[in-house]
Unconditional design. Structure first.
Ligand code: ADP
Length: 502
């Protein structure tokens, strides 16, 4: 075993534009909500900084006002108030401190990033403000805590500028200039790109608006700035970390990321093992566990009933997710006739592109005995498909981490995934060698083509017919640890390295 140096209790400050349970539009909020709690459980001190939006859910508690910060903007100095909430962690009186930055002109709006007419036109100014506020909160914490801050952990383009300020305009400032940063990229497809004419809103010197700085083909690119100036960059899986350095995966930032190659790491997200547990899941018709899977058959029958499908003993394939080109469900739509011909049933749950929604809807009308389609967001049904299906298909073109395949592993539902990003890292593909060793947890295909997907589903169906082989794959998957504790420990290692380099 490698010798690991002892890491004592760290003082971690995290900042994100959304976090569960306060406000959520996507997966970022799950990470920003779960990771701090897990870090605190490991014994670290954690402060999470978020903007106080109109939709900010305080769960009935009132935020305690702890102070005011003065933030520089392109229009001059403004005051923002800081509200504090304490999230209890475990039994021992530990907590995560949440600091909500309140500045109503920017955050008291109906949406987080967009209104009915699309993205807010002042998003650059809003998140430059939030990034500067993060630096001011650091200074506030530093002077009120009187202890050094071990690391500032930033997420996505909305907070990326904080890393830039710390290395440029704030570099020589006492209390904050030496704070080291980690920037996590959750999806490089979203970069925070704004017209070049808005660069002055950042308050950065104009010599940073060049191709070697934040300029991106004439526009301002906030994520690019973060990648250039953060001390370390992470993404949500090791394979995605490699893919974003290549021309297919980097959305134009592959060169910038490759330039930081030695400072880029991939750390898989955890899942909420409390709410996604087949043993206790209250959405299910029956509960089951790795040692007794009998309840899974009950869940399958119940799912067939729920979707209006006949109770047949045929393989049932689940599909859950955004119906977009990223997710590759168009490949599945192409092979519906072939799948119907071999007699399987398919349960589809998702919303997204109109064309794809229509294709699945008409497939259901054509094959009512074999296809169930729900074009809506339905948390309970997502749980029931995870439990009731035999396999789950994720043909993603790219997938930074992916959660649905992790739920599937835990629910004994075999994932059939494209070999990309987090899917490549979390599913051990069925091969003669992995099958023999009892390691295989699912099936993988490589090419972005309907033919590869079909061939792999047909292979899975063949293995499915061998009940013993299938049970072995289920057992391996259900034994995988997808907890946040696992991920949190990896982040702590990276924080420790950053601190060591100071
Ligand atoms: P992404 O964040 O790219 O959409 P992930 O696999 O990381 O993909 O996470 C998607 C999450 O959203 C999962 O928890 C999945 O169960 C859930 N989800 C997606 N679509 C639906 C839907 N129509 N109904 C219920 N849950 C959904």
């Amino acid at each position: 075993m490698a010798r690991s140096h002892h890491i004592d209790s760290l003082n971690i400050v995290m900042a994100a534009s959304e976090a569960v349970p306060y406000v959520k539009t996507g997966g970022l909020a799950d990470v920003a909500g779960a990771l701090p709690v897990e870090l605190a459980k490991l014994g670290h001190t954690v402060t999470l900084i978020v903007p106080r939006y109109r939709s900010f859910q305080t769960g009935g508690r009132s935020l305690r006002e702890i102070g005011t910060i003065r933030v520089r903007t392109a229009k001059g100095l403004v005051d923002a108030t800081l509200g504090e909430d304490l999230i209890p962690v475990g039994g021992g009186g530990r907590s995560v401190r949440v600091v909500a930055v309140r500045y109503d002109p920017y955050f008291d709006r109906a949406g987080l990033y967009q209104g009915p007419d699309g993205d807010f036109s002042d998003n650059l100014a809003r998140f430059a403000f939030f990034s500067r506020a993060i630096v001011e909160v650091l200074a506030y914490l530093r002077s009120s805590l009187g202890e050094p801050i071990s690391v500032l952990h930033l997420h996505d383009w909305q907070t990326a500028l904080a890393a830039v300020y710390l290395k440029t305009t704030e570099r020589d400032r006492a209390l904050v200039g030496d704070v080291r940063t980690l920037l996590t990229l959750h999806n490089v497809g979203y970069q925070g790109i704004f017209p070049g004419s808005q660069f002055s809103e950042t308050g950065l010197p104009t010599d940073l608006f060049t191709p070697a700085g934040l300029e991106f083909y004439g526009s301002v690119n906030l994520l690019k700035g973060g990648i250039l100036f953060a001390d370390k960059v992470s993404t949500v899986s090791p394979t995605y970390a490699k893919e974003i350095m290549s021309s297919d995966g980097g959305f134009g930032l592959e060169g910038v990321l490759a330039g930081r190659r030695d400072d880029v790491v991939g750390i898989i997200n955890g899942i909420d093992v409390g709410s996604w547990d087949p043993e206790t899941d209250s959405h299910l018709a029956a509960n089951y566990s790795r040692t007794d899977l009998s309840g899974k058959a009950v869940c399958k029958k119940a799912l067939q009933r729920e979707l209006g499908l006949p109770n047949r003993d045929v393989p049932l394939i689940g599909v859950i997710g955004r119906l977009t080109s990223q997710k590759g469900f168009d490949l599945l739509a192409e092979i519906i006739p072939e799948l119907m011909a071999v007699g399987v049933q398919v349960a589809i749950l998702g919303t997204g592109d109109r064309i794809l929604e229509d294709r699945f809807q008409s497939a259901k009308e054509r094959y009512p005995q074999q296809i169930g389609v729900s074009l809506k967001f339905d948390e309970g049904r997502a749980h029931r498909i995870e439990a009731g299906a035999d396999m789950l298909v994720m043909p993603s073109r790219y997938e930074p981490c992916g959660l649905t395949q992790l739920y599937s592993l835990r629910y004994g539902t075999i994932p059939i995934v494209r070999k990309t990003g987090g899917l490549a890292d979390t599913v051990i593909p069925y091969r003669p060698s992995t099958a023999l060793a009892g390691d295989a947890t699912g099936f993988q295909f490589e090419g972005v083509s309907a033919d590869s997907l079909l061939a792999t589903i047909l292979l899975a169906l063949k293995v499915y017919a061998d009940r013993k082989a299938w049970a072995s794959i289920q057992q391996a998957g259900m034994g995988v640890d997808c907890s946040w504790e696992c991920s949190a420990k990896r982040y702590v290692e990276e924080y420790g390295k950053l601190r060591g380099e100071r």
